[in-house]
Design a protein around this ligand. Structure first.
Ligand SMILES: Cc1cc2nc3c(=O)[nH]c(=O)nc-3n(C[C@H](O)[C@H](O)[C@H](O)COP(=O)(O)O)c2cc1C
Length: 204
């Protein structure tokens, strides 16, 4: 009986240690229990190199970040949907860039004041963040603060992070930044391991 009790106690202790060890080092809540990580993303599910997709490539990475950090996701939804066709979307995106456009966001913006770390993710469009990300940045001046850390992530077919890090620096010169993450769109669905290694290197 004593042996059995010892075994049960040891098993409970081992499980406790395992449960603690599998927690992210820096869970996304602060002292008040409020979530402090925000994951902002824009992602298309329509036709793309490896599409049409059930879940957009960039949303896959946003979900991976959410799982590791316990943060809150915010999806940027365009008021005017982009075309289903990949080719047409490239044309619309090109025009938006040339016109320095700020396409409207359909959904309510998040209260960024509640968060200290904000990940901003999207596909790369013509080597940059799509202009709708710039709309988001313009509408969130509170992100330009030394109490905020802003981190880019992207999916792309060859352009990597493009100039997203410098776009963040330009828009929010007072904010801190950390190393971003990028993966080829077609590998986004199986990138959790890579995402976790990157987040670990940032302290999560
Ligand atoms: C309008 C448009 C422009 C694109 N421009 C680039 C580019 O310049 N460089 C690149 O590597 N991929 C480019 N791509 C590919 C996307 O970045 C890639 O397929 C991405 O994973 C799509 O992510 P999503 O499913 O989250 O929208 C472009 C795709 C679209 C639709």
């Amino acid at each position: 009986m004593k042996k059995l009790m010892k075994f049960i106690l040891a098993a409970v202790a081992a499980f406790g240690i395992f449960a603690l060890a599998s927690q992210p080092a820096n869970a996304a809540t602060n002292k008040d229990g409020k979530n402090k990580v925000l994951i902002v993303y824009f992602s298309r599910t329509k036709e793309v190199y490896n599409g049409p997709l059930k879940v957009g490539n960039t949303k896959r990475i946003a979900d991976d970040i959410q799982k590791r950090t316990g943060g809150t996701e915010y999806e940027i939804v365009p008021k005017k949907p982009y075309p289903n066709s990949y080719n047409k979307t490239t044309q619309v995106a090109r025009r938006e860039q040339q016109n320095n456009a700020r396409p409207a966001i359909k959904n309510k913006l998040p209260n960024v004041k509640k968060y200290s770390t904000v990940f901003i993710g999207s596909p790369i469009w013509w080597s940059q963040y799509p202009m709708i990300i710039r709309t988001f940045m313009d509408k969130e001046p509170a992100l330009n603060s030394s109490s905020k850390t802003i981190i880019p992530f992207t999916t792309a077919e060859g352009s990597g992070l493009g100039n997203t890090a410098s776009t963040i620096k330009k828009a929010f010169p007072k904010a801190k930044t950390q190393k971003g993450f990028t993966v080829r769109g077609s590998q986004a669905a199986s990138a959790q391991g890579k995402v976790n290694r990157w987040l670990k290197s940032l302290g999560y």
